[in-house]
Design a protein around this ligand. Structure first.
Ligand code: GLY
Length: 384
């Protein structure tokens, strides 16, 4: 049982998802605490921050598209509110995205995606290779055509995380800067966590938002949360010249040798190139092979990239649920909710996840938009 001075909500995990949930919940009048040794860390520090529900659309993922679109529509206001409250820029930029084809197979695939967009009523425009290069003159002469998606934008995950930490502080969220060592379960109900310092932090409700470590929290009863697997992404950061007009003006993406490649140009001159997709457990080593593949493929797309200073390499872990869609809302353990498993879409889904979880925590009702994403979809049904 939580103590009378215990917070209403304890969020385990201070990446952008946990911070977003904590901030929005505090804004709803709940007393909120958050446990993380380094709030503002996590996968968003590596992510490119593409907000691309339309260009990243996969067949059979229409429910995820609806969630992604709902989040994308909230982004401008979400970012503006954070900046107004904290004075910190989130790097949100309404740039649009250009997805291009380098050969005739890619072109056929992009044509199919364009037709799929049409069937779903999504705005995307087919461009010839020449039209693509008119938008982005640094593209390789061999580009065969592409899709311009005017509503797929970008945000800077690092700046976003810093703004969310500051917004949480201003909203009165209490930070416990330590590892969560164990979930406390009392009377069949989640009651908070024991910290690595030995301190117990009890709360009315606990939210698990610990990315690819969510299901590893000691004390979590078996079957409450499916395994969230870490999917490594290696990412490069380069510096673009600013003197002679923009090197790239919008997100550019392509599928090269079956791998998704994207280049995200920021207003401050940073150019983010991502990302590998590797299932190697909790390994964040940057490898020569990973850097080579990214540079090789990026060079095919934008040959001038090899002239730019390479300023940083890194690897992050996407939290992948068994169906690659997020786990949102109540779990089979009373008092425990989930906000994890966002896989490739954590940055995009932060505003909608924060709103949906805060609604649930404030009212006890999970909004219908989250209905397809509860952890219950992985709980075996009791025999009739
Ligand atoms: N959303 C881009 C990625 O996961 O690589």
């Amino acid at each position: 049982m939580a103590h009378s001075d215990a917070p209403d909500v304890l969020v385990v995990g201070g990446g952008i998802i946990g911070l977003g949930v904590a901030w929005r919940s505090a804004q709803r009048g709940l007393a909120v605490a958050l446990v993380d040794p380094r709030p503002g860390g996590g996968a968003a520090r590596v992510a490119a921050g593409m907000l691309a529900p339309v260009t990243e659309l996969q067949y059979g993922e229409e429910p995820l598209l609806r969630l992604g679109m709902a989040s994308n529509e909230r982004y401008a206001a979400f970012a503006a509110e954070l900046t107004e409250l904290t004075g910190l820029d989130t790097g949100y930029r309404a740039t649009g995205t250009l997805a291009v084809a380098l050969d005739s197979d890619d072109r056929a695939e992009l044509r199919e995606l364009h037709a799929f967009h049409g069937r779903l009523g999504l705005a995307s425009e087919w461009l010839t290779g020449r039209e693509c290069r008119r938008l982005e003159p640094m593209l390789a002469p061999g580009v065969r055509g592409g899709l311009h998606v005017a509503e797929d934008h970008q945000v800077d995950g690092r700046r976003l995380a810093a703004a969310l930490v500051a917004a949480c502080e201003r909203a009165g969220v209490v930070f416990h800067r330590a590892e969560a060592a164990e979930l406390l379960v009392e009377g069949g109900r989640a009651a908070g966590v024991r910290l690595s310092t030995g301190e117990r932090v009890t709360a009315g409700r606990t939210v698990l938002a610990a990315g690819s470590r969510s299901h590893l929290l000691p004390g979590l009863p078996t079957g409450v949360l499916p395994a969230v697997r870490p999917v490594k992404g290696q990412v490069l950061r380069l510096r673009m010249p600013t003197a002679h007009g923009p090197f790239l003006s919008r997100n550019v993406r392509a599928v090269v040798r079956g791998q998704h490649l994207y280049l995200v140009p920021r207003a401050d001159g940073e150019l983010v190139v991502g990302a590998t997709t590797e299932e190697l457990g909790h390994d964040t080593t940057v490898t020569a092979g990973g850097v080579y593949e990214l540079l090789r493929d990026a060079h095919e797309l934008v040959p001038g990239i090899t002239e730019l200073p390479l300023v940083e390499t890194g690897a992050g872990l996407r939290p992948g649920s068994p169906d690659n869609a997020p786990l949102l809302g109540p779990t089979a353990l009373d008092g425990l909710a989930a906000a994890t498993g966002h896989y490739r879409n954590g940055v995009l889904l932060t505003p909608v996840t924060a709103d949906l979880l805060a609604d649930y925590l404030a009212t006890g009702e999970l909004p219908p938009l989250a209905a397809d994403f509860t952890p219950a979809r992985f709980t075996p049904k009791a025999a009739a």
